[in-house]
Design a protein around this ligand. Structure first.
Ligand code: MSP
Length: 512
């Protein structure tokens, strides 16, 4: 039996409300999860929240709350946004979950027993917002090289994970598995990073400095470093060290989707942790780029966040999803502006797809009493099947290659062709000639079939619009397409009443 498809988002810090960057990763994973379900595969889509660490503790303190009360108050904001965006995750993990904490401690006990952990004095310069230690050499003008803020000098006794001893192994692994870190530019970045000697990883913080974290096993004085805790969510969520049967059913993960800023943790720390644990490697670590505004990464600390809730309220869920999937190639950065979103909305959604539906439904209303006309379906199928099947394969292979932008572009190329076919065939002229009634019927059925197939293919990308179209055609909305024959069949039944309904994408000026 085929292993279920398993995909993860990073778990989000709960020190602020989610913004477009978080929504992007989550929408991407949702689209892949839906696509794999659509292909008939069992799918496990994991997301959640990263709730420990200094940043969260600080945010709680600023609001005069204890950290647990604070995080309990923020988590619903993430869950509500995912609900608003129609995200169908299978499990939401919180690092404050009892089982997660147990798994983290189990892993540490295991690594200790294997001799991969030791204690040592640690001296360095610490940046609180970045939660990073730096050596003196790494500081820039005495400040954090990442965020350029003040750092504090610290010396303390901590637990260390022997990461350095796995360096050569990791380099070889990445060299020999070209698809492991994607895209290529990120793979090269990691290979470049690994040319320098790797240091062991300090995996605890003294409780005196950081109170909000998982206890280090058998130590009252240390809590576990937030990244070490957080990465483990990918295996604790599926029962590692607690439910072997469940774990073996889902692992290895098919894709860890991440942003390029957290590549090192996922392509260096995490594989080495797994190797030390004796666990199989993830199939892929896939890094997307950043959404930027005015040339800078959208982020809370830069204060240039884009609120997905506002955008969804204004343009609708599917328009927001469409924009994220279509505007940038997965892996590259994308400049966000509401004007671009509005432009996509008007040109691709309202004009191309919305209009196509409107024209077809209007013509069926005018010429065939709002019903699918009868015509020689077999002949139609034999002429159109190769093209339909071709579209299906193009979309499928783009998705299997983690390129949703191309997948959506193939679908839009078909939509554009159909609008072109209306102009070319001029059904309104055919309608004037009673001798051409059969030809008119065939043309409208051909358009209808294409639009119904397009709607089916759009289910993983624009689920709500796709469902609306399918409902108007009186077709089911829960399709699985396992092979080209499933897709190459005729979907519409002669005589079915088709409901034109309201505009799928109302003109923006009408929405104001
Ligand atoms: N908690 C860690 C992840 C731990 S995973 C074991 C974390 N959280 S985060 O909330 O800061 O960021 C989560 C994700 O959002 C990252 O993948 C990050 O790249 C993504 N984004 C945050 N801002 C972004 C943009 N402006 N654009 C695109 N994605 C970016 O890191």
């Amino acid at each position: 039996m085929k292993k279920p498809y398993y995909i993860t988002t990073p778990i989000y810090y709960v020190n602020a409300s989610p913004h477009i960057g978080h929504a992007y990763t989550t929408v991407l994973c949702d689209t892949f999860a839906r696509f794999h379900r659509f292909m008939g595969e069992e799918t496990f889509y994991l997301t959640g929240t990263d709730e420990h660490g200094a940043k969260v503790e600080k945010a709680a303190r600023e609001q005069g709350k204890d950290p647990k009360t604070y995080v309990d108050g923020i988590v619903p904001r993430f869950k509500d946004l995912w609900k608003l965006l129609g995200i169908e995750y299978d499990y939401f993990i919180r690092t404050t979950d009892e089982n997660h904490q147990r798994t983290v401690q189990n892993i540490l006990r295991d690594l200790e027993a294997k001799g991969d952990i030791y204690t040592s004095k640690y001296k360095g310069w610490y940046c609180v917002p970045c939660e990073s230690f730096w050596t003196k050499l790494q500081l820039v003008d005495g400040k954090c090289p990442d965020c350029h803020r003040e750092v504090q000098e610290l010396e303390e006794e901590n637990y260390f994970f022997k990461m350095a001893k796995y360096q050569t192994w990791l380099m070889d692994y990445i060299e020999n598995h070209p698809g492991f870190v994607r895209p290529e530019i990120r793979r090269n970045e990691i290979l470049g990073f690994l040319k320098e000697p790797l240091e062991d990883l300090c995996i605890t913080r003294p409780r005196t400095r950081l109170g909000w974290g998982i206890d280090y096993p058998n130590s009252k004085d240390h809590v576990i470093y937030v990244w070490f805790d957080a990465l483990i969510n990918y295996v604790s969520a599926i029962g590692y060290t607690i439910d072997d049967k469940k774990f073996n059913r889902y692992w290895p993960v098919d894709a860890h989707m991440i942003g390029k800023d957290i590549l090192r943790q996922h392509a260096v720390y995490w594989p080495i942790m797994l190797k030390a644990m004796g666990v199989e490697m993830p199939k892929m670590v896939l890094a997307h780029g950043w959404w930027t505004m005015g040339g800078a990464k959208v982020s809370k600390s830069r204060g240039n966040t884009v609120d997905p809730v506002e955008l969804v309220k204004k343009y609708g869920i599917d328009a927001f999803r469409y924009f994220l999937l279509r505007e940038v190639t997965l892996g590259l950065d994308g400049a966000f502006s509401e004007d671009l979103l509005a432009e996509r909305y008007t040109s691709d959604l309202a004009n191309d797809l919305g209009n196509l539906w409107f024209r077809l439904a209007s013509m069926l209303g005018k010429y065939f009493e709002g019903k699918i006309p009868a015509c020689a379906g077999d002949a139609l199928l034999s002429s159109e099947k190769p093209n339909l099947v071709n579209l299906y394969h193009n979309v499928e292979s783009a998705m299997l290659d983690y390129d949703p932008r191309s997948a959506v572009s193939y679908i839009w190329a078909a939509i554009t062709r159909l609008n072109g076919a209306i102009e070319y065939n001029k059904p309104w002229v055919l309608a004037k000639d009673p001798a051409k009634r059969e030809e008119l019927a065939r043309f409208l059925v051909m358009l209808g079939e294409w639009l119904a197939h397009t709607a089916v293919l759009l289910l993983p990308f624009l689920p709500h619009t796709a469902q609306q179209i399918l409902e108007r055609f009186k077709l089911k909305t829960d399709w699985t397409i396992e092979n080209e024959d499933d897709f190459g069949a005729l979907f519409l039944k002669a005589g079915t009443p088709v409901e034109r309904g309201d505009a799928l994408f109302p003109r923006l000026e009408e929405m104001k």
